[in-house]
Write a protein that binds this ligand. Sequence first.
Ligand code: BJW
Length: 224
Amino acid sequence: MRPITILTGAGISAESGIATFRDPGGIWAQYDIEDVATPQAFARNPELVFDFYNMRREKVRGAKPNAAHHALGRLQKSWPGPVHIITQNVDDLHEKGGAKVIHMHGQHSTALCAACGHRWPAPPAMDLHDPCPDCRQPATRPDVVWFGEMPYHMERIGEILERTALFVSIGTSGAVYPAAGFVRLARAAGAETLELNLEPSEITPLFDTSRHGPATELVPAWVE
Ligand code: BJW
């Protein structure tokens, strides 16, 4: 059976109560990207950046996976071929919904040492002065990918996209690269492409088919 590749964004977790970035009232309506989501912001004001991520990690801790996460977990277990799920989300709702996923923008659940690259389970409140458990440097940072940084697992993702037969994008605005360019790569490899999103996105015209509505309705309907 030919491989399926699924890219998810903040929209898949919206109905679990996790804010998206670019919807009205979303995260970027409350915070400036330049204040919290660049390496320069972290260098300038690490306490603000830690507060931002500690607050978001706390919200995720109490969140439950929704029908869309569960449907993808079922699909990954039941489909006779590979189902690769690449998420831009830093929450753990795919895992809680029973799926194994590639976190291209990192995760709330781990901390990263900026000095030696060691990762460890994130404490509830992370702080710059927490020493790395491996090299002991006080160089703790959130294990997330900020603007200007290279997303994780790009080599593996490139290989997956080259081999995919069907590419499905769920709940992402298509505003952020390189993820927004995956549909072009999949098309170039000969894949069929499908977008499932609340509303038309910036990259809707690039898909063979687009369906619009909430992920908790569209995703289970597509999977079953
Ligand atoms: C629902 C729903 C429901 C709502 N049901 N749907 C000019 C051109 C091209 C690129 C660049 C450029 N200038 C700069 C760049 C590069 C830059 C970039 O893309 N900038 C853009 C602003 C233009 N990118 C980078 O810097 C990246 N790195 C990079 O490019 O490295 C070099 C490289 C070169 C070559 C190959 C590879 C790499 C890094 C980007 C890092 C992004 N980081 C963030 C923060 C992560 C940590 C955190 O969570 O805090 O990632 S920003 C934020 O945006 C987060 C998200 O993962 C990402 C995408 O957002 P997403 O998921 O799409 O959310 P929204 O809110 O935008 O959309 C939600 C959608 O859901 C909407 O459409 C809703 O309608 C829908 N929805 N409810 C279904 N119920």
